[in-house]
Ligand binder design. Sequence first.
Ligand SMILES: NC(=O)c1ccc[n+]([C@@H]2O[C@H](COP(=O)([O-])OP(=O)(O)OC[C@H]3O[C@@H](n4cnc5c(N)ncnc54)[C@H](O)[C@@H]3O)[C@@H](O)[C@H]2O)c1
Length: 317
Amino acid sequence: MEKWLITGAAGFLGSHVTEKLISEGKKVIAVDNLSWGHKSFIEERKNAMDFYQVDIRDKDELDKIFEKHQPTHVIHLAALHFIPAAIKDPSLAIDINVRGTQNLLQSMREKAHVKSFWFASTGDVYAPDELPHHETKSVTSPFNIYGLTKFMCEQLINLESKNAPDTKFVIGRLFNLYGARETNPHIIPEILNQIRKQTGDVQLSLGSIWPKRDMVPVDQTADSIISTVKKLSEFQQNIFCMNYATGNVTSIEEMIKMISKILNRKIQINIDPAKVRGVERSHLQADVGALKAFLGKTPDPDLTIGLTKILRDEQFI
Ligand SMILES: NC(=O)c1ccc[n+]([C@@H]2O[C@H](COP(=O)([O-])OP(=O)(O)OC[C@H]3O[C@@H](n4cnc5c(N)ncnc54)[C@H](O)[C@@H]3O)[C@@H](O)[C@H]2O)c1
C-alpha cells in the first residue's frame, strides 16, 4: 500500500499537499514541529492521517516514524523558510534546513524502502538575472543564507541519489507561492491585512514594490508535486531537478493595481524606507520548459484569477 510521509505538513504548502492526498484516499503520515505551521490547518483531517509533532533535527524520532510506517513516498517541505528569519539566525537556518534534510535522508535509507523523495528547493538558488532561470543552463549562486541552505540540501540529495539507486529523487525549485493559509508574512498577506483595516480608498505602507516575481498558486503547486511523484516510475533516471512556476513575472506594484481593479477601490502606495530590504532581487522568473515537458502543463499564470480567488476566500468580495 502507498504511504505518503509529508514533512512541514501543517505549513502553507504542506497543508495543501496533505489535503489533496487525503481527498484521494491516500494514507498520510504528517510530520511538523508546528514552529511556523498551524495545527488548525490540518485539524479537520486529523482522523485521516497520522500526525507527529516532531522536529526533523531529532533523528531518533524520525527513525521511529520511518520504522513504524514504512512510507513509500516522502515529500520534504519542512524548513526555516522566511528569508528575514534565516538572515537573522543563519545557524538555525543551517541546522533546520541542512541537518534536518540529512537526518531525513539517513532515516529513510536506514529504516525504510522509500520509492521517491520530493524536496522543496527554491528559485533563490539561482544567481540574480533578468532572464528566466533554467535548471541546468542558468548559474546557481545563492545570494542569501536561505538559498544557500537549500543549495546545500540539493548537493546532499545529489549525493544520496548515488547511494540509493532504487529511490527516485526530485529537487523541486519553487518560486513565489500564493493562496490560502500563508504562514509567513509575505507580501500578499501584508497587503490584505492593511486593506482589511481600512474602508473606502486605501493607503498602503510597504517596502520595495518594484521587484518582479513568478507568482504560483499554492493549490496548483501541490497538484503538480503529487502528479510528479506519481509519474516518476515511468522514467529510468533516479534524480530530477525542475522549476515549479508559471514562467510569467509581475511586479508588486502591478499586483496592487490588479487588486485595486478587482476590489474597485483606489489604492495609494507609500514607501516606508524601514520596510525596504537591504538586499533584494529585482527579478525572479522561471523557465518552465522542464515541468511542462514532464507533466504536460504548468500552474496557471493568470494572476487576476488567482487574486480574485484569494479575495473571495478572504471575503473581500
Ligand atoms: N512559500 C513559498 O513561496 C516557497 C518558495 C520557495 C520554496 N519554498 C519551500 O517550500 C517549503 C514549504 O514552504 P511553506 O511556504 O509552506 O513554508 P511554511 O513555513 O508554511 O512551512 C514549513 C513547515 O515546516 C515546519 N517546520 C519548520 N521547522 C521544522 C522542524 N525543525 N521540524 C519539523 N517541522 C518544521 C513549520 O512548522 C511549517 O509548518 C519550504 O521548504 C520552503 O522553503 C516555499
